[in-house]
Design a binder for this molecule. Sequence first.
Ligand SMILES: Cc1cc2nc3c(=O)[nH]c(=O)nc-3n(C[C@H](O)[C@H](O)[C@H](O)COP(=O)(O)OP(=O)(O)OC[C@H]3O[C@@H](n4cnc5c(N)ncnc54)[C@H](O)[C@@H]3O)c2cc1C
Length: 390
Amino acid sequence: MRTQVAIIGAGPAGLLLGQLLSRQGIDNVIIERKSGDYVLSRIRAGVLEQGMVQMLEEAGVAERLHREGLVHDGFSLAFDGRRHRIDLKGLTGGKTVTVYGQTEVTHDLMVAREGIGATTIYEADDVVLHDFDGASPRVSFVKDGVRTELACDFIAGCDGFHGVSRRSVPEGAIQEFERVYPFGWLGVLADVPPAAHELVYASAERGFALCSMRSATRSRYYVQVSLDEEVEDWSDERFFDELRRRLPEDVAAAVTVGPSIEKSIAPLRSFVAEPMRFGRLFLAGDAAHIVPPTGAKGLNLAASDIHYLSQSLIEHYRDRSDTGIATYSQRALARIWKAERFSWWMTGLLHKFPANTPFEQRMQRAEFDHIANSTVGSAGVAENYVGLPY
Ligand SMILES: Cc1cc2nc3c(=O)[nH]c(=O)nc-3n(C[C@H](O)[C@H](O)[C@H](O)COP(=O)(O)OP(=O)(O)OC[C@H]3O[C@@H](n4cnc5c(N)ncnc54)[C@H](O)[C@@H]3O)c2cc1C
């Protein structure tokens, strides 16, 4: 088998890259470890920056997004019961975010890929990357018990944090930066109307809580929990009680309780691997970096990496220029580190850290007061939340 670009991973990064390349006539094959149904069953992000929406338009997969996505002009920060609205649209000269589930983005990209007849190999085991430091890289994998080899010009490692691509890079060639937070998020998805029509990020004495949504009838709620908590110990009743205790009174009163259709605990981590190119191997999305979900940047960063990577590859094939390839890592990382900073900062502002002293707790409150009483303070939050320019 041969292709121009071998893409490892059929998450949003891999599928979006495949779609953008296919539309430019660049042949690509996606190799995915899981089945398509499994990929679609993972409930993850749901807030899209305007830049990501534009990329989905470019990829020709934004029709349902524009029909069903909820455009949000703002969101609220709450601190000890006080609420402050960040007017995204007013503070950024008209920019907004769109609420549309990652599962829906993935679904739309999969349908489009099927429509153009591009190849995706699902349930590929034991994926191995070969010779990406030379001119003729290859990817091999086992499908239905048979090892197959795919020769290519480039490999795009879009296989998430636990994927094989980053691990295939020789140890001395990669530098990793990491912060692991001493808590996680317990998330519940429920088919009940959201408590508020915009997202509410709340910091309370008992810990952080987030009211989010996937549609006008589907809510996504989170509460900060310690890392030793088990999902099984959280009945729906216990979850909703805890959620309401952490929210401002008016928001708590508007929470509609309903049976969860998904419940899970996600640990929080900040992580960056540098660089993001090794010869003819590129890393993109969670394969290269992780942010805590505070700030809604993970999925959006995967899309912005694909913006730089797809442009670089298109320039290589169409314009015979490798300038984009040579500067991919540098350009992607410049934006990644700013999103890492914002996610780390928002996590620090809103969570209860077990080791925080009373001084640090006062600093959190002072930070909130500054944002709530300063247009400049609020504008900084808004500018980052809608997404920095590509
Ligand atoms: C539980 C959870 C909740 C999240 N919530 C939010 C949120 O609220 N807001 C937010 O902004 N972000 C959130 N994120 C982050 C966001 O979902 C990710 O940033 C996004 O999925 C990154 O896309 P990706 O394509 O880079 O990686 P992924 O979505 O991880 O896709 C990688 C793909 O590669 C495949 N793969 C892995 N290993 C191999 C292999 N060896 N061979 C072949 N294929 C392989 C995987 O099966 C997967 O399909 C969440 C993440 C998790 C895990």
